[in-house]
Design a protein around this ligand. Structure first.
Ligand code: 5GP
Ligand code: ZN
Length: 141
C-alpha cells in the first residue's frame, strides 16, 4: 500500500526501518512500538504508517486502523503489566502537546501517584457558554 511520507519525520524513518524501534506489531496500515521516553513502564505508540500529521487530515479508515492497533497494545499492557489504569492519548498540534507531527496514539499505563499530568479536576461550566459552543459544533457536523 502506498502512503504519504516525509523524509525528515522520525516516525516515517521508523516505519521505513531506517531507525530502530522496539516494534510490537505491524499491519498493512499501522505499526506499534515502545516510546523512547516512557512516562511509565510500558508506554507505547500506535502509529499510522503514512505521514498524516493530525486527526483532521488522516483518512478515517487509517485512523480506525490506528485505534484497533492501540486497543491490541492496551489489552496486552493490561493483561501483562496489570497497571492501575491506561490512558490512550492522541495530540494534535504543539499546543496540545504534539511533538512529532505524524499521527499516533499513546498507550500509557498509569499507576497511582505517578506525576503524569493528564488528570484535571472537573469544574462546573457555564451552561449558556456550553450551549452556544454546542450549537456551533453541531452546525459543523
Ligand atoms: P507527541 O508529543 O507527539 O504526542 O508524542 C511523540 C512521542 O514520540 C513522545 O512520547 C516521544 O518520546 C516519542 N518519540 C520521539 N522520537 C522517538 C523515537 O525516535 N523513537 C521512539 N520509539 N519514540 C520517539
Ligand atoms: Zn511521518
Amino acid at each position: 500500500m502506498t502512503h504519504p511520507t516525509d523524509a525528515t519525520c522520525v516516525f516515517c524513518k521508523i516505519v521505513a526501518g531506517q531507525l530502530p524501534s522496539f516494534k510490537l506489531l505491524e499491519d498493512e496500515a499501522t505499526i506499534a512500538f515502545m516510546d523512547i521516553n516512557p512516562v511509565n513502564p510500558g508506554h507505547a505508540l500506535a502509529v499510522a504508517k503514512g505521514h498524516w500529521p493530525t486527526v483532521d487530515v488522516i483518512p478515517a479508515d487509517v485512523l480506525a486502523a490506528v485505534a484497533r492497533t492501540a486497543q491490541k497494545v492496551a489489552k496486552a499492557a493490561m493483561t501483562t503489566l496489570k497497571p492501575a489504569g491506561v490512558n490512550l492519548v492522541q495530540a494534535n498540534g504543539p499546543a496540545a502537546g504534539q511533538s512529532v507531527p505524524h499521527l499516533h496514539i499513546h498507550i500509557m499505563p498509569r499507576r497511582p501517584g505517578d506525576d503524569v499530568s493528564l488528570n484535571w479536576e472537573p469544574k462546573a461550566g457555564d451552561r449558556a457558554e456550553i450551549e452556544a459552543i454546542y450549537k456551533k459544533l453541531k452546525a459543523a457536523l
